[in-house]
Design a protein around this ligand. Structure first.
Ligand SMILES: Cc1ncc(C[n+]2csc(CCOP(=O)(O)OP(=O)(O)O)c2C)c(N)n1
Ligand SMILES: [Mg+2]
Length: 1004
């Protein structure tokens, strides 16, 4: 039986061109194999075969125009797969409303209670007997039918109350007590005595290294108070929960709070991974062997995994890391080993919009592999986090509202008997009413103060603690310092399924520092402890050092065969190795063969396209390369259609952990919105921070998951570095490898979008990141050469660089690659064309991006109308040229006796005549970067100033980068350089109606 393959519904397009025919007569093809590639003026898309079979006839060739229904080919023995579609449609789950069979809601008309808006529930119990009956009923249900039934009934009652119009009290928070009641706490199997000692030594050494560094110079800084508050939170994780990467397991990933770094070094010291010499070099990194101030993988590439110290980046990067781990699992690239991502966050850090900005995504994606631990020491740098409120309650509300599993760890075990004795709920009421500013003051001021201020408010509470000494009261601990409570919470977090967990732990900032920094507003800055403070700290944690040793500020490390060291090592052995540790076992990806890119090296003839389209076609081709295809991670923040990438939806699917529960509106179309569990595209929605976090997760998968991935994040270039600059910096630190594509680039190329959209400086921002390699190509062959080299350098040779490439949306035809241009394209400039007509006066004309084309047109005018010859340089990267120039200049300055080395710019220009005129769609400082590396007079034209909406022509005129301005300014340059009289320039200004009185664009 023979089957026809016809063009399916291709959306709004009629009569589109076939640019590739991907099958031959006689080919045996499978269902969904691409048959042809179609290209409209904006995007290209492959047409998949709806059947399997052998191609018996081909009805089209490259260049043919087709529309919906056009016959493409015939297949022999083709088996229609319509059934598959039917089954698939059937499989799309439909939401079935839940019908409560036990009760008919329609039979009894509901009595609507008269609603009085904003009336809160009464605080007084006007009928205690009735209240008691309700409570007894509830207890009876718990007793007889279990807690699940009790919760069901309560939910039912609550929804009845809502429907009846009752205004219920706010339920986003629970009382200010631990979420896990003491009876349900899972007990730690650890030896508490030994663990306490280990914790004390880690604390001591962490503080000591900071104090020592500041003896060398107070410039070095450091923080004691942060880790002092978090020590137990880390210690319990290290001893019991965090599994390291090894041959059998991928490893849990821990995002340490940046300011806690001394604690991690101190533990690694006890583990024997860091020497005393290194501890003594804390924050002295210039000569090798020092320890970096904060977690910086760039500086300690075998130790730190995640740069976290810029507040807010850790939490969101952690969320997208957990999501990316699920993505890898759902795409079948990694096994599901139950790995967890733990993210430590300061309570002050939650002020950052990035910290909480993606928590709803975490719940929506059901990231039960994610655990946040928020260390609520109630203080940030200057003072209380929420002096007048309660940060723990506020966070609980936000996380509960977003759908997280919230575990509050507020009170330590010493409070348990008091809470048990609190029959009337008065203690809980007091706990609820005290604000954080007071809680902080209480920990700064001692037991007597707590007795008066906290318990003293109510006589019953004062009575409750009457038999306790002030010291006993002072010892009433906070949950985050109680290893039992922390263990129980972590254990529950590990077991939890279906949503992410946040452990919100209450601690004391500068715990144990006493008068020198415990719970006082200046704790954060405390980095020096005098002798008295150190002796106090030693005594507080029973560190076995003599007074003399304390005065000498010695570290404490028990002998290798001591029970503490043996215990600590054994615990880590049981958990698979040390943490943190950074390594990579990823295999390189073989760069694709040249022929995948071959078509881009040829001229497009009359056919016009944008570099964005060229790039998308390249990616489509790469999806046919068996090595590269599975590793590509296209990341788009709701802009696929803008960039002509909608063809990817159907082809490789949009990642959706729950698959697709609906039939998309456009299901019949070729670019239908297909969501699938194994989808490859990360369609992030409108979140550049989120998309960038995804990109970083993918770009560092080689170390965090031992699999090399190729993330390609495409965005509006204006919403790139400018918006997510700090993430890009962190990506550099993390040694990310991947592509950032700044699409719709250029201040005059994006035309109609105006001031906030038109990018004239992203390359300058990119140039500030040392390991970011950036290009502004004009032609599709340049794009292809650059992209291929990026694949080779990053993913085959494993260089720790990442690429930023701008792509434009202006359609034009592309010439053939000049012979031998590859090297120059990659180095940053190459000779594109020469005008040698008259040969008297010459200029060096440089351009990049779409403005290179204005330069090319200007060169023609200059030659034909003014007798000025030119060399036209396509400058693919002013940034790369500058890097080369700086290095060469430095070497020359360091070696005044040697022959001068030449920069690449110099080498290109040395045998060429005339001044340089460089013109780009970016601010002048972009091209000015290479000014020092040539002896020639150098003039830049660029797009300094705010953008505005208009046509490309008008914008280029406004910013003075159109061909007319290039011609006129060039003539003026030649006059200034005394190579030509000034009348030519004057004539040109007049001819092109250039208004000399127009204000400079930066002032308009
Ligand atoms: C983006 C950013 N802004 C400011 C800082 C400076 N800074 C360092 S620590 C800190 C306070 C941190 O408070 P918190 O998050 O509560 O941590 P804690 O030390 O109390 O555990 C600030 C403002 C920073 N590191 N990053
Ligand atoms: Mg804090």
């Amino acid at each position: 039986m023979s089957q026809n393959i016809v063009v399916p519904d291709i959306g709004d397009f009629e009569s589109v061109e076939i640019i590739e025919v991907l099958v031959k007569i006689g080919d045996q093809i499978n269902k969904d194999d691409p048959v042809v590639t179609l290209e409209s003026d904006k995007s290209s898309v492959e047409v998949p075969s709806p059947f399997s079979g052998k191609v018996s006839e081909l009805k089209v060739k490259i260049g043919d125009m087709v529309s919906k229904g056009s016959l493409l080919a015939k297949l022999e023995n083709g088996s229609p797969n319509n059934e598959d579609e039917a089954v698939k449609k059937d499989k799309i789950k439909k939401e079935v409303p839940v019908v409560d069979s036990t009760r008919s809601t329609n039979t009894k008309p509901k009595k609507i209670v008269k609603q009085i808006l904003n009336q809160p529930s009464t605080k007084e119990d006007i009928d205690p007997v009735e209240t008691q009956e309700w409570i007894e009923s509830l207890n009876a249900v718990i007793e007889n039918d279990g807690p699940s039934r009790a919760s069901y009934l309560l939910n039912k009652v609550i929804s009845e109350a809502y429907t009846a119009g009752l205004v219920l009290p706010d339920t986003k928070t629970t009382p200010y007590i631990n979420t896990i009641p003491p009876e349900l706490e899972v007990k730690s199997p650890g030896d508490q005595n030994i663990e306490k000692k280990i914790r004390a030594y880690v604390r001591w050494n962490a503080a000591t290294m900071v104090v020592k560094a500041n003896k060398i110079s107070s410039e070095l800084g450091g923080h004691i108070g942060t880790f002092a508050s978090a020590a137990t939170l880390y210690d319990v994780g290290m001893n019991h929960f965090w599994r390291a990467k090894n041959n059998n397991f991928g490893g849990d990933l821990i995002y340490f709070q940046g300011h806690s770094a001394p604690g991690m070094y101190a533990r690694a010291f006890l583990e024997g991974r860091i020497s005393e010499k290194q501890l003594n070099r804390f924050r002295q990194e210039v000569d090798s062997g020092g320890l970096s101030s904060y977690p910086h993988p760039w500086l300690m590439p075998k130790f730190w995994q995640f740069p976290t110290v810029s507040m807010g980046l850790g939490p969101i990067m952690g969320i997208y890391q957990a999501r990316f781990l699920k993505y890898l699992i759902n795409r079948g690239l990694l096994k599901d080993e139950g790995r967890k991502i733990w993210v430590f966050i300061g309570d002050g850090e939650t002020d950052e919009p990035e910290s909480l900005g993606a928590i709803s995504l975490a719940a929506r994606e059901k990231l039960d592999n994610l655990i946040f631990v928020i260390n609520c020491n109630l203080q940030r740098l200057d003072g209380p986090v929420r002096g007048n409120g309660k940060i723990i309650q506020e966070l609980e509300g936000s996380f509960r509202g977003a759908g997280w599993n919230v575990l509050k760890v507020i009170w330590g075990s010493y409070w348990d008997p008091l809470l048990k004795a609190d029959k009337t709920g008065l203690l809980m009421k007091r706990m609820n009413e005290v604000v954080d500013g007071e809680y902080q003051a209480m920990k700064a001021k001692g037991g007597a103060y707590v007795r008066e201020r906290f318990f003293g408010k109510y006589p019953e509470l004062k009575e409750l603690v009457s038999s306790m000494t002030d010291n006993d009261i002072w010892k009433l601990n906070r949950g985050g310092h109680d290893p039992h409570k922390v263990y129980a919470a972590y254990h529950a977090a590990m077991q939890h399924q279906g949503s992410p967990t946040v452990v919100i732990a209450k601690t004391v900032k500068g715990y144990g520092m006493g008068k020198s920094g415990e719970s006082i507003n200046t704790t954060h800055q405390q980095k020096k402890l005098d002798e008295k403070d150190l002796l106090y700290y030693r005594d507080r944690f029973n560190v076995p050092l003599t007074d003399e040793q304390v005065k000498n500020i010695e570290y404490y490390k028990p002998a290798e065969n001591s029970e503490e060291i043996k215990y600590l090592k054994e615990r880590r052995k049981q958990l698979g190795g040390f943490i943190p540790e950074r390594s990579s076992l990823a295999k390189p990806i073989k760069a694709p063969p040249k022929d995948i890119f071959e078509s881009f090296m040829k001229s497009t003839g009359d056919k016009e396209m944008s570099t964005t389209m060229a790039l998308v076609r390249m990616l489509t081709n790469l999806l046919r390369d068996q090595n590269v295809a599975p590793r590509l991670v296209p990341i788009i923040p709701d802009e696929a259609r803008t960039f002509g990438m909608e063809g990817f939806f159907r082809k490789i699917g949009i990642y959706a952990h729950e698959g697709q529960k609906y039939e998309p509106e456009d299901s019949e179309q070729l670019s239908s919105y297909k969501e699938t569990k194994s989808g490859q595209v990360l369609e992030e929605g409108i979140t550049e921070a989120g998309a960038m976090s995804s990109w970083i997760a993918a770009a560092t998968a080689y170390t965090n998951h031992d699999i090399e991935m190729i993330p390609v994040y495409i965005f509006y270039s204006m919403f790139g570095f400018q918006r997510i600059g700090d993430f890009a910096w962190a990506a550099g630190d993390a040694q990310a490898r991947g592509f950032l594509i700044g699409a719709t680039a250029g201040r005059t190329t994006l035309a109609g979008e105006g001031l906030q959209h038109q990018d004239g400086h992203s390359h300058i921002l990119a140039s500030m990141i040392p390991n970011c390699v950036s290009y502004d190509p004009t032609f599709s062959y340049e794009m292809a050469v650059i992209f291929r080299e990026g694949l080779r350098r990053m993913h085959e040779k494993n260089e720790n660089v990442f690429y930023y490439i701008t792509a434009m949306n202006e359609n034009y035809s592309h010439p053939e690659k000049p012979d031998g241009a590859d090297k120059g394209i990659l180095k940053g400039m190459y000779l594109l064309n020469e005008y040698k007509n008259k040969g008297k006066i010459k200029i060096q004309l440089m351009g990049s991006g779409t403005i290179l084309r204005e330069a090319i047109m200007a060169a023609k005018i200059l030659s034909e109308e003014y007798g000025v010859d030119s060399d036209i340089w396509s400058v693919t990267s002013f940034n790369e040229l500058r890097k080369d120039g700086m290095e060469v200049e430095r070497r020359n300055l360091l070696n005044p006796n040697n022959n001068k080395e030449k920069s690449y710019v110099q080498k290109c220009l040395e045998t060429r005549d005339g001044p340089v005129i460089a013109v780009t769609d970016y601010v002048r400082s972009f091209s000015d970067q290479i000014r020092p590396y040539t002896d020639k007079p150098f003039y830049s034209l660029g797009t300094d100033g705010f953008g505005r909406s208009d046509t490309r022509k008008n914008l280029r005129k406004f910013f003075e980068v159109d061909k007319e301005h290039i011609v006129a300014y060039t003539l003026s340059v030649l006059a200034k350089e005394q190579l030509l009289g000034s009348d030519s320039a004057e004539r040109a200004f007049k001819k092109y109606n250039i208004d000399k009185k127009k204000v400079f664009p930066t002032k308009l």
